[in-house]
Ligand binder design. Sequence first.
Ligand SMILES: *[C@@H]1O[C@H](CO)[C@@H](O)[C@H](O)[C@H]1NC(C)=O
Ligand SMILES: *[C@@H]1O[C@H](CO)[C@@H](O)[C@H](O)[C@H]1NC(C)=O
Ligand SMILES: *[C@@H]1O[C@H](CO)[C@@H](O)[C@H](O)[C@H]1NC(C)=O
Ligand SMILES: *[C@@H]1O[C@H](CO)[C@@H](O)[C@H](O)[C@H]1NC(C)=O
Ligand SMILES: *[C@@H]1O[C@H](CO)[C@@H](O)[C@H](O)[C@H]1NC(C)=O
Ligand SMILES: *[C@@H]1O[C@H](CO)[C@@H](O)[C@H](O)[C@H]1NC(C)=O
Ligand SMILES: *[C@@H]1O[C@H](CO)[C@@H](O)[C@H](O)[C@H]1NC(C)=O
Ligand SMILES: *[C@@H]1O[C@H](CO)[C@@H](O)[C@H](O)[C@H]1NC(C)=O
Length: 549
Amino acid sequence: MKSITLLSLLPLVTAFNCTTPLFQSLLPPTATALLATPIPANATFTVPTSNIAYPTSPALQRSVCAVQINVTSSPTSAYSFGLFLPDDWNERFLAVGNGGFAGGVNWLDMAAGVGYGFATMSTDTGHNSNNSDGRWALNKEALTDWGYRAMHGSIVLAKEVVQGYYGSQSKYSYYSGCSTGGRQGLKEVEMFPEDFDGVLAGAPAWWTSHLQTWTVKVALYNLPTTSAHHIPPTLFPIVGAEVLRQCDAQDGLIDTIVSDPRGCEFIPEELLCKSAVANQTEAGCLTEPQIETLYKIFNDYVETNQTFVFPRLEPGSEAQWEVLLGAEQPNGLGIDYVRYFLLNQPDWNFYDFDYGIVQEADRVQPGNASAIDFDISPFHARGGKLLHYHGFADGLIPTGSSEYFYRQVMRALLPQGLELDSWYRFFLVPGMQHCQGTPSNVNAPWYFAGGNQAGDLGLRPGSVSGVPGFRDADHDALLALMRWTEEGQAPEYIIATKWHNDTLQDKVLRQRPLCPHPQRAQYTGYGDPNDAASWKCSAKGGLSAQLVG
Ligand SMILES: *[C@@H]1O[C@H](CO)[C@@H](O)[C@H](O)[C@H]1NC(C)=O
Ligand SMILES: *[C@@H]1O[C@H](CO)[C@@H](O)[C@H](O)[C@H]1NC(C)=O
Ligand SMILES: *[C@@H]1O[C@H](CO)[C@@H](O)[C@H](O)[C@H]1NC(C)=O
Ligand SMILES: *[C@@H]1O[C@H](CO)[C@@H](O)[C@H](O)[C@H]1NC(C)=O
Ligand SMILES: *[C@@H]1O[C@H](CO)[C@@H](O)[C@H](O)[C@H]1NC(C)=O
Ligand SMILES: *[C@@H]1O[C@H](CO)[C@@H](O)[C@H](O)[C@H]1NC(C)=O
Ligand SMILES: *[C@@H]1O[C@H](CO)[C@@H](O)[C@H](O)[C@H]1NC(C)=O
Ligand SMILES: *[C@@H]1O[C@H](CO)[C@@H](O)[C@H](O)[C@H]1NC(C)=O
């Protein structure tokens, strides 16, 4: 861009006017510039102390102007958003998402965007809380902000600010988020298709009225902790090990990775204690009532007359069960949703849960948060690209909910004569947990620079962006989305990486392609299975796209 090239000849400090008066002059009367501070490259941005959900102060790889803007959204609500505006701008806009019920500007994920040169934005969604605390939702205006209003409003205003600051519009706009961040991306695609050219949506919490209520339901399978059917968290690893024992070989390779849990018929009875044992952890077995609980966890939530409510947790997700199944009561993501989002009854007893709660949630749709408008043809019509992924070892949001979303979109669009492949692709990630990470006994390649992932690498928060050592569109999902959007080259695969020590991004342990659904990665039978080139993406009928390089 011409003006940037000229400006870059000047000393960086005078290139841009990073002051609150400058930003205030770009804003409507409903908005206030709270902060505008130049941060030099490699310095740490100090997060304002009130941020409960995202307190980590990130290092920044480029010099930026760090900005925060407060926006009044109703007489009883306000949201704010943060912006990192790099001096060395790539002329593109990136918005990043949040997690759970977390309210706070996600400065850490924004820092990962700065590494690419994006003008990067995150909204606090209109409240300040950790990711499982929903008490703020008694204010229904705050709930609407969380549902979609803060994200959309922040995007619209941030784009204007970016234009005012640099003197030109962003050439392309992108989104990257996981979990609630995935939901926010899909919600944008559904309600405001003009906002983004490309959306990267991971493990989306899209079906809010069913996911949040299922969170209560699944916990109740394993409660109360004093009952005979309760599986204590100390036994979760025993279930996880048995899943690997039964299912690892099913994909043709014993490598600690279950490529497709659906292809394995897991037999829980193999875990039954052979006789009365004094210590189940030592014996590595489950009682008959505990096996019954396992059946509930591993089966879809279905109501009377086979009404499908929510998919099961996949075998292989056990290493994360502690979050939803390991406590004396259901997670706040379930209880607080019913208490504060839905019923406005802070003393609601979770043992009173029944299907009527789900039906009520469907009726009310608190904050209109659920991303359930499957006719996303307007996003296609504006040329949008959607890249969606979900880990198969996710213990917080069942993998099947993403597959269900994809199929609902098919149902809505195929009858209109619209295929999905040229603009919406969905990737399953064997062995990846919720948004990031892999169980220590699995070591699956999970890193591809998706939402929240970069924050997991590096000893210094914010110091990592993209895929260290593999900064290309074959290994980096955001770069793959950009190549698709800007050059029209759809991702035939994305190569995920696992290092020996992910924190340090030391020696690569394994790389493996992730394939667009419904293709699966298949070992070619030749070469090192830890090398991505030894794999190909294959459709069920045997059609295959041979990997290059
Ligand atoms: C920077 O902003 C201040 C306050 O709005 C203004 O007085 C000044 O002229 C601006 N400087 C430049 C170089 O734009
Ligand atoms: C960046 O900062 C870190 C910590 O202050 C320092 O160790 C490192 O040498 C710096 N790197 C560069 C390229 O300045
Ligand atoms: C943001 O604006 C609202 C008014 O809409 C105000 O109540 C709130 O204190 C402001 N937040 C900050 C951090 O200034
Ligand atoms: C979140 O906040 C609530 C309310 O303060 C607290 O009870 C809960 O323990 C917190 N959860 C986490 C994971 O910090
Ligand atoms: C059962 O065995 C495990 C593993 O050896 C041990 O950590 C635990 O304390 C034992 N539990 C009881 C109740 O003895
Ligand atoms: C289940 O189906 C039967 C037969 O169609 C119907 O009479 C009944 O009302 C249904 N029950 C529920 C809870 O939907
Ligand atoms: C709620 O969200 C859906 C998209 O998910 C949208 O189609 C609908 O218009 C929204 N309703 C309201 C009242 O905002
Ligand atoms: C990776 O390295 C870091 C820093 O040395 C260390 O704290 C961490 O425990 C290591 N992780 C593993 C899995 O070895």
